[in-house]
Design a protein around this ligand. Structure first.
Ligand SMILES: *[C@@H]1O[C@H](CO)[C@@H](O)[C@H](O)[C@H]1NC(C)=O
Ligand SMILES: *[C@@H]1O[C@H](CO)[C@@H](O)[C@H](O)[C@H]1NC(C)=O
Ligand SMILES: *[C@@H]1O[C@H](CO)[C@@H](O)[C@H](O)[C@H]1NC(C)=O
Ligand SMILES: *[C@@H]1O[C@H](CO)[C@@H](O)[C@H](O)[C@H]1NC(C)=O
Ligand SMILES: *[C@@H]1O[C@H](CO)[C@@H](O)[C@H](O)[C@H]1NC(C)=O
Length: 355
């Protein structure tokens, strides 16, 4: 009993030393970003600026990028123990973020984000979590232009948005539309008329207003937005999908079961020579079928080739079950960091020595 207690306290002693060593650092460091927002178009590769003053290497510290406007403990990007760490990452950012490793030697911890999506609009905080003093974090706003999305889906939005007033109120609260526009919209007869009025205001509005509208749409009409995002994804990755979808017959089979494609389309697909030919035929049917069929295709693809969807930047929602599935498919990552392994080994040695 005594030996166990002794070794336990030795263990904690060592742990405590490790922890205090790694938290002592200079406290004069400041983290600076940019005051104005970064504005981007869908699909762009962008840089969110962040660096240390005075310049200094951050290769041995923890660098953390988070979304302060999302309710999650997961990270946009985490650099720890001298390398990027994906275990704790928000799934939608997987494979899309990186730091400039060479520039980190001079304190540049800017984040590169590729293939920007509308849902990336938000507030990004860059932080050195081990520096407890003030000024070691900064927040940068990213605004992704929703103009194209609003143009492509104008009719879908006019016909299918019913929560018009909550969205309008959201815009009013942030000062993005005027009271008189709100009262004009609220007196329109139908949801469709309300949406037409709102579109008039949006057409005259700036990038900020349009992206705020998109965010409010996600909040108040999640199913509709999810569907439209799926359609957008399928449409914009057409060429990649034609090359990379492996089991087209299986997808066509599921669409047939749901009554979303015709029997003759299905038999055409099942007799086509290559999977590319099959996909070209399937896309004809998807284009004719419209958003209902395209979003159904997306859901089936997500189920059967989630890694492909992720690689093409198509993970649209946080989804824990899917996250696990992708991890399993990629061959589970060893869950412990080098630090934790080192501490464990030290503890084991201590136990042996005491015992
Ligand atoms: C993002 O930051 C801006 C100012 O930088 C602030 O006005 C806005 O409310 C923030 N958004 C969220 C969702 O926290
Ligand atoms: C950080 O590195 C990036 C990529 O090279 C560069 O675009 C950016 O200007 C650098 N920022 C600073 C403050 O040096
Ligand atoms: C919107 O409504 C129209 C008409 O009811 C329908 O044809 C269309 O599929 C709907 N769009 C979406 C994305 O649900
Ligand atoms: C799909 O993409 C084509 C261009 O490839 C574009 O003209 C069309 O508007 C897009 N449709 C939708 C619904 O995104
Ligand atoms: C496609 O899926 C079906 C049904 O799951 C399966 O029987 C078939 O072997 C798959 N084909 C390929 C090429 O993976």
């Amino acid at each position: 009993m005594k030996t166990i207690l002794a070794s336990a306290s030795l263990c904690f002693g060592i742990l405590f030393m490790c922890v205090s060593f790694s938290t002592t650092g200079s406290s004069q460091i400041q983290v600076v970003g940019q005051t104005g927002p970064v504005v981007a178009k869908e699909g762009d590769d962008i840089i969110l600026p962040c660096s240390l003053v005075p310049k200094g290497s951050v290769e041995d510290t923890i660098v953390e990028w988070t979304r302060s406007d999302l309710n999650t403990n997961k990270k946009v990007h985490l650099y720890k123990d001298g390398k990027d760490t994906v275990g704790d990452q928000i799934p939608g950012y997987m494979t899309r973020t990186s730091l400039f490793k060479e520039e980190m030697k001079t304190g540049n911890i800017s984040l590169k984000l590729s293939g920007v999506k509308l849902s990336d609009t938000g507030n990004y905080t860059c932080r050195l979590p081990k520096e407890n003093s003030q000024g070691t974090e900064t927040t940068i706003r990213l605004i992704v232009d929703a103009t194209t999305f609003l143009n492509i889906f104008r009719n879908d939005l006019i016909w299918n948005v019913t929560k018009v007033m909550p969205i309008v109120n959201g815009l009013l609260e942030t000062g993005l539309i005027q009271k008189k526009v709100k009262s004009m919209i609220s007196t329109a007869g139908t949801h469709q008329d309300q949406m037409r009025q709102l579109f008039q205001a949006l057409d005259e509005g700036d990038v900020e207003m349009k992206s705020a509208f998109y965010s409010l749409l996600c909040k108040h009409e999640p199913d509709l937005t999810g569907k439209l995002d799926a359609v957008d994804f399928v449409n914009s990755t057409r060429d990649d999908l034609i090359q990379k979808v492996t089991n087209v017959t299986l997808i066509a089979d599921r669409l047939l079961q749901k009554g979303l494609i015709l029997e003759e389309v299905y038999s055409g697909i099942s007799t086509a020579e290559s999977s590319q030919d099959q996909m070209i035929l399937l896309f004809h049917a998807l284009d004719e079928g419209g958003s209902e069929v395209k979003s159904a295709f997306y859901r089936i693809l997500l189920e059967h080739q989630p890694v492909l969807v992720q690689d093409l930047g198509g993970l649209l929602r946080n989804n824990r079950k899917l996250e696990q599935k992708i991890k399993d498919l990629q061959g589970g990552v060893f869950p412990w960091s080098r630090w934790e392994v080192a501490v464990l080994i030290i503890c084991l040695l201590a136990l042996l020595a005491v015992g």
